[in-house]
Design a protein around this ligand. Structure first.
Ligand code: ARG
Ligand code: ZN
Length: 881
């Protein structure tokens, strides 16, 4: 493990390498505990670099056993090896030279799952961001690009499959017991995109014909016996390939594309050139074991990794500060893909829910950082929702500002100008400026200023002059190292809705730039005046979430209900319902704390029930409309001094009031949305199930016994319905026999399917209330709890810390102390996993003082522990600052 050295990397220190890497030739002799890696690297000194400058390569936990320069042994006096680098001196000034480095590594002992490791008998790699240096000494940075030739030698019987990047060159018997396989990737790539997989795997095959007629072999490798569960992933892959051709003009560029699903993986998936490696959670699905959400995730992540082939691989990042260049853009692309495959409005609602619940807290807390940061201590901690999701929103805003055609010209220019290069965010933005002539200087602040902008709006109508005036003010909150902010360029989509519900077209708009239905807010204060408005309009603002902001716009409940009823932008309708609900829920939380009775505004209830019963709306949208803001959403809205128990009680009370008022509607929906026939994972069917299940959940709030849920569990013929019924049973009736029976039935039935057992752990981890901690501890002793499997750890400990607000935030602080112990236990084995789970405490300062004190003490325990990884030290210190 790399323990912390306290070293900070600054963007300002970037400079190109002294040596240019021309070619890479790697030979692996696989052995579970002692794999030999021979690396032949051809370099030349960059023009103008002094002959005295040595070559410095990165390394981590390597055993060096040989070093040759142009085939001759390098004497000890000519190189230095530290734990983290290999420095070679006296290298040729003029001519290219070949360095041959032999190292030994131990894949079996690699518990941090970076570099080459073993999972269930399979050799597998993860190199992004800095994992390649755990395989061999190398200039391990994204701006060093070269073609790779790979030879893999391994035990014949144990490794019938031996894969790497690029096209297959050949393979055969190597000696008595061993076989070899050779691969060549002609596309110059950085080391973080290298991959190797070897072992005994099953495969599903298909083909795809590209737009210029090339036939590409598609292979998905899974554990034997799981082949049938890869069918949906394969279908999603083919749809992704087609979509990228049609929408972005991007064609695949090798004769084979391979995906491997493994069960031990630190993240979702990895876009290694031609050989994507996936957490099997995002590949495997069948109706019996996968939920609608699982199917949607698989579709999105298969697409995401495939789209990286152009946005990330063909054009990569100059340095890790530019991570959003590939991630934000690729998330934007996968969002657009899913929107085209499913319902655009429903997809947008899901994106915004996710952004608000995951990224907004990051941007409002001690871990806030710009989309394009300028310093880091551990790059693994910057694979954040800010880089990914806010990065995607910034790309979306460029499209909104420029319009679809101009956005396309900018993207075309980007692909044309930078193919084969490692570039920066500035290079990306410049393409849009050059393609359209628009100055994006102020807009670029979105990359550089952290924090969610707060826009305060107020409107007034002047009957005499038939004008509507909108005053806007923007404020960007202070964030770590950024106390003062400049005003940003904020695109706000708007509509003026007349009293009859139609969209009023103003005769003229003054006060700033307006393009189509977008107002450009560019100064701290700005007043827009709309003329020719014959009756008092209701303003719908930030439609489609055109900008990732917090909007304070004091609109009357009746106005919000008017938007919810009439806006032509479905997202804006949902947003209006959410705004109505959040006002009610925050008030309810305050009332609970003051010992007052909770009330539910009838305007809210009737708006929700109206949307729920509106058959002109698609079921998936109606389900979203009925899904109230989460407890975390309410906490964020309240901002400070939070009591999670009061928030929970308040939300339950509002849910119960709605349940009682809507009983008839919900009963009707349960009948109406029933599906007969076999399970299909398509968006329309999933929408029906989601509406039926949310109706079911409301009904249970009005009921005192688990009978209806026990029946729903028994009747379920697919995982979506079954997991939902089990969740409701467990969360609503944790101590009833029906619940323990259902949990036992579920476990017995799916005991051999790790992904379903993950759900079983998660459902229990999220049961609210002070009893949660004891339950978690008991589950950690369960024979199915596997402490070294990241999915299992996330599904129990992660789900508890991130998604069980009352259980985790128990007032005595016991759960914080528990988490601290767990972090310290996980850290030496898998620092990335430990650091990620620790971020669950990022909002500790917004808790009421007693809980905040306990949280602070637990964080201090971690901070004082000896031998922390760089990952955990970085997070804990930033959280305490
Ligand atoms: N690039 C991968 C993806 O698409 C994720 C890699 C995450 N790496 C890490 N060190 N956390 O999204
Ligand atoms: Zn990505």
């Amino acid at each position: 493990m790399r323990t912390d050295t306290g070293q900070i990397v600054h963007l300002a220190d970037y400079r190109p390498t002294d040596f240019v890497l021309e070619r890479v030739d790697l030979t692996f002799e696989l052995d579970p505990t002692n794999t030999k890696v021979e690396s032949r690297l051809i370099f030349h000194r960059r023009e103008g670099v002094d002959a005295s400058v040595p070559l410095v390569l990165d390394g981590d936990e390597l055993t060096l056993s040989g070093l040759l320069l142009d085939q001759r042994e390098v004497p000890a006096s000519q190189y230095d090896e530290t734990g983290e680098s290999l420095t070679v001196r006296d290298l040729p000034a003029e001519t290219p030279f070949e360095l041959t480095i032999t190292t030994f590594i131990n894949p079996e002992a690699n518990t941090q799952l970076m570099g080459l490791y073993r999972t269930n008998g399979i050799y597998c790699t993860q190199c992004e961001a800095e994992g390649f240096r755990r395989i061999s000494y190398f200039p391990d940075r994204p701006d060093v690009l070269a073609p790779y030739t790979i030879t893999i030698i391994g035990d014949k019987a144990a490794n019938p499959v031996m894969l790497s990047n690029g096209n297959f060159l050949g393979g055969a018997g190597y000696d008595e017991g061993r076989a070899f396989a050779a691969w060549f990737d002609p596309h110059p790539k950085p080391s973080y995109l290298f991959a190797l997989v070897a072992g005994d795997l099953g495969v599903v095959e298909d083909t795809f014909e590209t737009m210029s007629g090339n036939e590409v072999t598609l292979k998905i490798y899974v554990e034997h016996g799981k082949e049938a569960r890869a069918a949906y992933a394969m279908d999603a892959l083919k749809r992704s390939m087609k979509w990228d051709e049609e929408r972005f003009g991007r064609e695949y560029d090798l004769n084979i594309f391979q995906i491997v699903a493994v069960s031990d993986f630190n993240m979702g998936a990895m876009e290694n050139k031609g050989l994507n490696v996936f957490n099997d959670k995002y590949v495997l699905a069948d109706p019996e074991t996968a939920t609608d959400q699982d199917y949607a995730n698989i579709e999105a992540i298969i697409a995401h990794e495939y789209f990286h082939n152009w946005t990330g691989n063909r054009i990569t990042c100059r340095d890790w500060f530019q991570l959003c260049l590939k991630e934000g853009l690729t998330v934007y692309r996968d969002h657009e893909f899913s929107a085209d495959m499913r319902s655009r409005a429903v997809k947008r609602i899901a994106e915004v829910r996710h952004l608000k619940s995951e990224q907004f807290p990051d941007d409002a807390g001690p871990l806030a950082h710009p989309v394009r940061p300028t310093k880091y201590r551990e790059i693994n901690n910057f694979y954040t929702t800010t880089v990914y999701e806010k990065g995607s929103e910034v790309t979306r805003m460029i499209a909104t500002l420029l319009g679809a055609d101009h956005f396309k010209s900018g993207m075309d220019l980007y692909f044309e100008r930078h193919d084969g290069q490692a570039v920066t965010v500035e290079d990306f933005v410049k393409c849009f400026e050059d393609a359209t002539g628009r100055d994006l200087t102020q807009f670029s602040l979105w990359y550089h200023q952290a924090g969610t902008p707060l826009v305060t709006a107020s409107g007034s109508y002047d009957q005499t002059n038939a004008t509507f005036t909108l005053s806007l003010e923007q404020m960007i909150p202070a964030t770590p190292a950024q106390p003062n902010k400049e005003p940003m360029h904020i695109p706000l989509s708007f509509a003026l809705i007349s009293d009859t519900g139609s969209i009023a077209a103003p005769a003229e708009v003054k006060g700033g730039e307006v393009t189509g239905d977008v107002l450009h807010l560019t100064t701290r204060n700005q007043i827009f005046t709309f003329s020719g408005i014959s009756s008092r309009p209701v303003l719908s603002l930030n439609r489609s979430f055109s900008a990732p902001i917090n909007l304070h716009f004091d609109q009357a409940p009746a106005d919000l209900a008017h938007i919810a009823r009439h806006d032509t932008d479905l997202f804006a309708r949902w947003q209006a319902l959410t705004d109505l609900a959040i006002g009610n829920l925050t008030q309810a939380a305050r009332d609970v704390r003051e010992g007052k009775a909770v009330t539910c505004d009838p305007v809210l209830t009737s708006a929700l029930l109206e949307a729920a019963g509106d058959e002109t709306l698609e079921p998936a949208f109606r389900a979203q409309a009925l899904t109230l803001p989460s407890e975390a959403d309410i906490a964020r809205e309240l901002g400070s001094n939070n009591d999670p128990d009061a928030i929970h009680a308040a939300r339950q009370a509002v849910l119960t009031a709605i349940a009682k008022a809507g009983e008839e509607t919900f009963l009707h929906l349960i009948g109406e949305m029933a599906i007969s026939g076999p399970y299909l994972p398509d968006a329309a069917s999933a929408g029906k199930r989601s509406l039926r299940n949310i109706a079911l959940s409301y009904l249970t709030y009005a009921e005192e016994t688990p009978a209806r849920l026990a029946a729903a569990f028994a009747d379920a013929d697919n995982m979506t319905d079954m997991a939902q019924a089990l969740t409701l049973l467990a969360h609503r009736f944790p101590d009833k026999a029906e619940t323990s029976d259902a949990l036992a039935t579920f476990q017995a039935r799916f005991d051999n399917n790790a992904l379903v057992i993950d759900k079983w752990f998660s459902i229990q981890a999220m049961i609210p209330g002070a009893g949660a901690l004891a339950r978690i501890k008991a589950l950690m002793d369960h024979p199915r709890f596997v402490a070294n499997n990241p999915n299992r750890v996330r599904s129990l400990i992660g789900a508890f810390a991130f998604s069980n607000p009352t259980g985790f935030n128990r007032p005595d602080g016991e759960a914080y102390r528990f988490l601290a112990e767990q972090i310290l236990a996980i850290d030496p084995k898998n620092p990335q996993l430990a650091a990620r789970i620790l971020t669950s405490m990022r909002s500790w300062r917004s808790l009421e003082p007693q809980r905040a004190d306990h949280a602070h003490a637990a964080l201090m325990t971690i901070e004082r522990a000896p031998g922390l990884s760089a990952d955990v030290r970085d997070i804990v210190e930033r959280m305490l600052k």
